[in-house]
Structures are given as C-alpha cells and as structure tokens.
Ligand binder design. Structure first.
Ligand SMILES: NC(=O)c1ccc[n+]([C@@H]2O[C@H](COP(=O)([O-])OP(=O)(O)OC[C@H]3O[C@@H](n4cnc5c(N)ncnc54)[C@H](O)[C@@H]3O)[C@@H](O)[C@H]2O)c1
Length: 264
C-alpha cells in the first residue's frame, strides 16, 4: 500500500454518477486534485462544482475525445497520476437478445476503457509512472443471465486489464480492476423493487469508492478485486488453465514474446 502524494491528479470517467461522486469526495478529502469527465449536462457540471472538482465533457466512446481530455488535464493541472476508467451503462435486462443494444453497451463499457487507457498511458509515463483503475463488475466474473452485453464488456475489461498490466510494470504503471456486486446508484434503479422483495443487500457507493481508492494505492498489477456486501474488497484468485504438453509429455513453454515479463 503506497501513500497518496499530496497534489496527485486523478481523472474519473463517468465521474458525476453514483460511484464517481463517492470516489471524488473520498479523493478530495485526501487532498487529490480531481477531474470528473462525463457526458455533458448542467447537472454534471454542478455536481463537479459541488465536489470541488473540475469537469470536462467526455463521451468515452469517442476515441479522440479521450485523448483530448487527458491533454486538457495535463494542460490545466500539469500531470496525471491516476485514471479511474469508471464510465458505464447497463443494458435493459430484457430476455430477448438485442444485438444493437449489446454493441452499444460494449462500446461504452469495454471500448470506453480501451480508449481511456490509450489516452492515459502517455500522460502517466510523462508523470514518471501512475495507475489505471477500471471499474469492471462482478458480472465480468459471473455473467448476468439477462445482460449479455454488460457481461462480455465487463469480462473483456477484466481481460484487458490482465493482458495490459504485466508489460507496464517496468514503466511504473499499475493497471487493476474493481469488480463490485450491486451498489446503491442509479444504475440499479430498475432492480430495486426486486432486491427489496427478497431482502437482497446492496453495497453503498462509499464502500465501492473505498475499494477503488484501495486498488490505486495497493498498486498490484493486473489485480481484480471483488467487492460484495458483508465481504468487502478481496482480490479474486483466477484459476490457472491446463498447460500444453509436448509430444513426450513435458509441460510446454510459451515462446518468450508471448510470456508476461517476470515481476521484479
Ligand atoms: N452500481 C452498481 O451496481 C455497479 C456494480 C458493478 C459495476 N458498476 C459499474 O460502476 C461504474 C459506475 O456506475 P454507477 O454505479 O456509478 O452508475 P451511474 O449510472 O450512477 O454512473 C454512470 C456514469 O457513467 C456516465 N456515462 C455513461 N455513458 C457514458 C459515456 N458514453 N461517456 C462518458 N460517461 C458516460 C453516466 O453519465 C454516469 O455519470 C459503471 O462502469 C458500472 O458498470 C456499477
């Protein structure tokens, strides 16, 4: 666990939503300069102002706009230390497969993360190292039956984090993911009655914000933290897959360039 350097600069995408607001408030209390990037609206701008955070309009599905936002953060605040790639939407939860809806959810929840990372990495290198923390979801580890788009987007975001992380260690850049269960924000509004009917517990936004902050300061490359009510944030242990065997029965070794770099 590393201490937060006073004057650190954090970018939070989807930053004026429920989890973004809770995280922004937490970071502000730690003396972090916070920039909230979100779809533009008067409400979003006011939310940022109320939190003592800067606001930049951003649609995360616009690849060039992600780079422009990071450039603006550097221009306004001199550096970027951590990018919380948190913007996300859910599907409608209908039974029928709606491929148009699925593609839109994947565009926001997966490609929004890919574009955000692409934009943040050069700035983090210029800052001498830093972190990317992706708000994935438990749905990326245990798919939701009525949310195929959300499930594959979040699973993809976790795989992206785990694929990217090892090669950034030498640059001093840590990439990790947080996988919350259901949390008390607007995204679960359509499910509230169903949860209440069976007394299903949901996380507070503050609990998830603590996990996002913890992922930043823990600096564990490729880690994915499950956050569940009554459990807190725990690192998810991914099962290994069976290794290939050579014709004479030895465990095969991957060619060097396919192997993640050894951690120091
Ligand atoms: N609340 C939960 O139960 C829960 C559980 C697991 C994961 N998550 C994830 O947490 C993240 C934050 O969600 P939340 O719970 O705060 O919900 P929320 O709806 O309150 O906030 C989501 C934010 O993302 C923004 N957003 C949506 N599309 C965008 C786009 N194209 N470009 C930029 N911003 C966009 C919204 O404007 C909103 O401010 C999401 O990635 C969500 O999938 C939430």
């Amino acid at each position: 666990m590393t201490a937060i350097t006073p004057g650190s600069v954090a970018l939070i995408t989807g930053g004026t939503g429920g989890l973004g607001r809770a995280l922004a408030a937490l970071l502000r209390r730690q003396g972090v300069t916070v920039v909230l990037a979100d779809l533009d609206s008067l409400r979003a701008r006011q939310t940022a102002a109320d939190l003592g955070a800067a606001f930049l309009p951003l649609d995360v599905t616009d690849r060039a706009a992600n780079a422009a936002v990071v450039a603006q953060v550097e221009a306004d605040h001199g550096r970027l230390d951590v990018a919380f790639l948190n913007a996300g939407i859910a599907g409608s939860g209908q039974q029928a497969l709606d491929v148009d809806e699925l593609l839109h959810v994947v565009d926001v929840d997966l490609f929004g993360v890919v574009y955000g990372a692409e934009a943040a990495l050069p700035a983090l290198r210029r800052a001498g190292g830093g972190s990317i923390v992706v708000t994935a979801s438990l749905a990326g580890l245990a798919p939701h039956a009525t949310e195929p788009g959300y499930s594959i987007a979040k699973a993809g975001a976790i795989a992206f984090v785990r694929s990217l992380a090892p090669r950034l260690v030498d640059d001093g850049i840590t990439v990790s993911a947080v996988c919350p269960g259901f949390a008390d924000t607007a995204i679960i509004d359509p499910l509230r009655e169903a949860f209440a009917a069976v007394d299903f517990p949901v996380l507070s936004a503050d609990e998830v914000a603590q996990a996002l902050l913890g992922a930043w300061t823990a600096r564990q490359p490729g880690a994915a933290y499950v956050v569940q009510p009554g459990v807190g944030a725990v690192p998810f242990r991914f099962p290994g897959v069976p290794s290939a065997k050579t014709a004479d029965g030895r465990t095969a070794t991957l060619p060097g360039r396919l192997r993640p770099p050894a951690r120091s």
